[in-house]
Design a protein around this ligand. Sequence first.
Ligand code: AMP
Ligand code: MG
Length: 420
Amino acid sequence: MPSVCDSLPSVLSLAEARDRLVAALSPVRGVESVLSGCALGRVTADDIPTGVDFPPFSNAAMDGYAVRSVDGVPGATLQVVDRIMAGATSDRTLEPGQAIRIFTGAPLPDGADAVVIQERVVQEGETLRLGLSAPLLAGENVRFRGEELRAGERLLASGRILRPQELGLLAQAGLETISVRRRPRVAVLSTGDELVASGGSLGPSKIYESNRAVLFGLLAELPVEALDFGIVADDRNLLGDALERAQAAADVIITSGGASVGAADFMVELLAERGTVEFWRVAIKPGKPFLFGRLGETPLFGLPGNPVSMMVTFMALVKPGLEALIGLRPATPIRWPVRALSVIQKTPGRLEFIRGVLKRRGGELFVLPLAEQGSHRLSSMSLAHCLIVLPRESSGVAAGDWVSVEMLPGGERDMSEGAA
Ligand code: AMP
Ligand code: MG
């Protein structure tokens, strides 16, 4: 019998693979209303207008004195007639020759159109001498009503992910609840006869399973609901059953392990039998046996089991796919140019992700490839700040050459000299 592998298209480039899976995935349906304060990381379902002006009234940008700008000439003397703290108001209208003591955030009194900062004046009793070097300009140190945004204007566009600063904007607009997209449900399962869940006892030939821990951590950064479908043995029927259960519960399935061509690697054949293989194998290292397909309508990402390959393929392929399902424009990771601190050997053919540590040398940033690059070595992923990305055709780099790096999740945290 010809193997399923024979009828499949050849190895795709990373860009082709990413484009194909992003194009194949459309946002899940469903919207829910949530408290704005609980909406961190969620995605706006509609354009959100503000009902209030930003700022809602003209106010002082600095502590000082509200004046008419025409009175603000060097050496002028004004009379202080009132005082306005933030949160208070004054019912006085400023007449020519008058000033009102004002504090940051307090409403500008009628008649005033500028604020002289307190460092530029001398106040004696109610007399104020302006120590200006140039005439005051209208609008100086004033934040005018609606200058940032007017009521009715768009505060946030549909499809925006809400970061802390966006939660602040919602709060400034006084919006207690908002509409966000439903979070796609992501089923996660690990396959392998050798895998034991932490807490279990390790027999000979067994290892503790770690991919779900990593995947749940990676998924926590996205607005998805992660569902744990546990560890499944290398058994066609058991695996088929588990996939069916995952399909019934989730919008998308992520498996790890069993995606290669070993005797116990069933993922590709199972998917070919029960669904559709969209593509299998990508010209990257690590992570070549990446599988993308559908079980019924449910998309499935089949990741290689080695912990580093699993994580690299998640970042490069699963994440943009999930972003498409979430309804975000998939973000291509930023690749930063830095110089290699040492030689890196490579054979042309596959794009390579090489774990690296960032180092400062004379004020410049360099990247040092870690010596241990085995795709089973999760500890080197833990030491690394970033992945050095060497294109398919590259035949290696010399020390001092420019290379591109992609930051690992949290990789910006430790840039100390000593970390290696
Ligand atoms: P596979 O992709 O199934 O051929 O597995 C490749 C390697 O990754 C093997 O050494 C497996 O033991 C290991 N592996 C597979 N799945 C996991 C997992 N969930 N956690 C830790 N190691 C795994
Ligand atoms: Mg396996």
